[in-house]
Ligand binder design. Structure first.
Ligand code: ASP
Length: 376
């Protein structure tokens, strides 16, 4: 019964949406829109945990990635190209836990994970446990386009990389002193990965291009001291990365085990695709009960943005309830960019065709303040 009711409401809303767009087309010609959001990891990122010099370095690195992706979108490039363009400089920058500067496994190696997804057709590619590929995000995309598979691991993924013409990058490229010291500290003091790092440094990007297509990508070294071939959420389609033109594109960072269990990225997109819940439909703004008086408000841009925000927050709250932490970035088909994190901070940035261009690190920073419910 409830489902039938929701179907009717959804059908009415679906009819309203194109009508609104049609009316707009006649009144003004909309310029093509694009949007981009990036992250470089979430965690206990507080002003007292970071020097002014580090802050400048992180902001510059985020801006570089944001500019690289924006340039692609501005010039009419695809969301898929923009996501890769934004992620590559972060993989190459030792500040982040991806590519160069990746964290070490228990055995003292750098094992890289990455995934990418195209919202047009939900084609996806992912790799895990890769040790010799400089930019794993590019290999993930090759898996998507040049193999019949979605997810390749370890030596097989490297063999595929070789066949696709990727150069073998030596381990020294990825290894940094700072990350090696984290592993040594962890072993010496029997600390957890979270205690030694205080933050996650996975990188990711989500984009909407001028054609209206969405894409998401994520790249990481995983968590310090990972053992037994552990795989986190970043390369798992549906957990760390998801893109579907019908709903949203999401990239995550955080304690991967929890993000896998909640299926964070796909869970957010699915909730948005299926629309507001019955209780949300009955929740009138004034707090009165009863059917929402003006259903067209549900396709209002502000409502779309706040629904995306509250949906992402609700899923992140589930991660927290289970004991996990981290954050996500999201872009909607309308071009809204959303952050949601339950840590003190998240390295992040966003830009769009309306001139928005910001990078931020701590909670509460940034235009249209991102949702942030720190527990530290
Ligand atoms: N999510 C990553 C993992 O669990 C870690 C991170 O976000 O830095 O592997």
């Amino acid at each position: 019964m409830k489902n039938a009711f929701l179907t009717i409401v959804a059908a009415s809303l679906a009819m309203l949406a194109p009508a609104t767009a049609f009316a707009d087309d006649h009144t003004e010609v909309e310029k093509p829109k694009w949007s981009l959001a990036i992250h470089g990891g979430a965690g206990t990122i507080l002003p007292e945990n970071i020097t002014p010099e580090q802050r400048v370095a992180y902001e510059a690195a985020l801006q570089k990635a944001l500019d690289a992706g924006s340039e692609v979108l501005k010039n009419g490039g695809s969301a898929m190209e923009a996501v890769q363009a934004a992620i590559i400089p972060m993989e190459d920058n030792p500040l982040f836990n991806a590519g160069r500067g990746a964290v070490f496994t228990w055995e003292g190696e750098n094992e890289l994970d990455a995934s990418i997804m195209d919202g047009r057709d939900r084609s996806a590619g992912a790799v895990t446990g890769v040790k010799t590929v400089k930019n794993p995000i590019l290999l993930a995309d090759k898996v998507r386009t040049e193999s019949p598979h979605v997810f390749l691991m370890g030596e097989g993924a490297e063999q595929f990389a070789g066949e696709q013409g990727f150069e073998v990058t030596p381990p020294e490229w990825f290894a940094t002193k700072r990350r090696r010291e984290s592993l040594e500290r962890m072993k010496a003091r029997a600390l957890s990965a979270l205690d030694v790092d205080l933050k996650f440094g996975t990188v990711g990007a989500v984009a909407l291009d001028q054609e209206g297509n969405l894409a998401a990508g994520t790249s990481t070294g995983g968590m310090t001291g990972k053992r037994w071939g552990r795989i986190g959420d970043a390369p798992v389609i549906g957990a760390g990365t998801y893109a579907d033109n019908r709903s949203c594109a999401v990239s995550a960072t955080g304690w991967g085990e929890f993000f896998i269990r909640v299926g964070v990225a796909q869970e957010i997109c699915t909730r948005l695709r299926l629309g507001p819940t019955l209780s949300e439909l009955f929740e009138r703004p004034e707090g009165e009960r009863g059917f929402i008086s003006n259903p067209t408000s549900l396709v209002d841009p502000q409502v779309v943005a706040s629904t995306a925000q509250s949906t992402a927050d609700a899923v992140m709250a589930e991660v927290k309830e289970l004991g996990g932490d981290g954050g996500i970035i999201l872009v909607t088909p309308e071009g809204h960019t959303i952050y949601s994190f339950n840590t003190a901070g998240m390295y992040r940035g966003r830009a769009n065709s309306d001139g928005l261009n910001e990078v931020a690190i701590f909670g509460g920073e940034g235009e249209a303040a991102a949702s942030n419910t720190p527990d530290h």
